[in-house]
Design a protein around this ligand. Structure first.
Ligand code: CA
Ligand code: CA
Length: 148
């Protein structure tokens, strides 16, 4: 096979395998987990808030997140309170420490880290506890993982 023909064949194969995954985009999708906050982890509130997970509403309609949860592998769980609505296409950041929650950032209120610095998994579940999305990582070399 000539090199160009080979490249085209590889590209076609990649597109073929990528297509089914695109059809199954979760309506609330994990975008990123920043699991090793900058600097030494001494549980200062700013450091706890340097650790966060980001989710995005991939649909064209607002989603009421009341009763939805974000949890780690151990089972530490954040539950969205009534009134937490994520507009179409918008992202929301869940920070580990304490703060005043709003429409685009909510605070878990923890005094300890939740996302392990080496490996862990983040789960998004709807109000019926059905898993909507999951993001796993296994690297202490990196500080964050892109879930897309
Ligand atoms: Ca750190
Ligand atoms: Ca954990």
């Amino acid at each position: 096979m000539r090199p160009t023909t080979l490249i085209l064949a590889c590209a076609a194969a990649l597109i073929a395998t990528a297509a089914p995954a695109q059809a199954a985009v979760p309506k609330i999708q994990l975008v990123k987990v920043y699991y090793d906050s900058p600097g030494v982890d001494r549980r200062a509130n700013a450091s706890l808030n340097g650790e966060y997970a980001v989710v995005r509403n991939t649909t064209r309609a607002a989603i009421d997140l009341e009763g939805w949860t974000i949890a780690d592998q151990t089972g530490y769980r954040y539950t969205f309170v009534p009134g937490q609505v994520l507009k179409a296409g918008k992202s929301l950041t869940l920070r580990t420490g304490q703060g005043t929650s709003g429409t685009s950032t909510v605070y878990w209120g923890r005094r300890a880290y939740v996302w392990n610095n080496d490996k862990d998994s983040a789960y998004v579940r709807d109000a019926n506890r059905k898993i909507i999305d999951k993001c796993s990582y296994n690297s202490s070399y990196r500080d964050s993982v892109s879930c897309l």
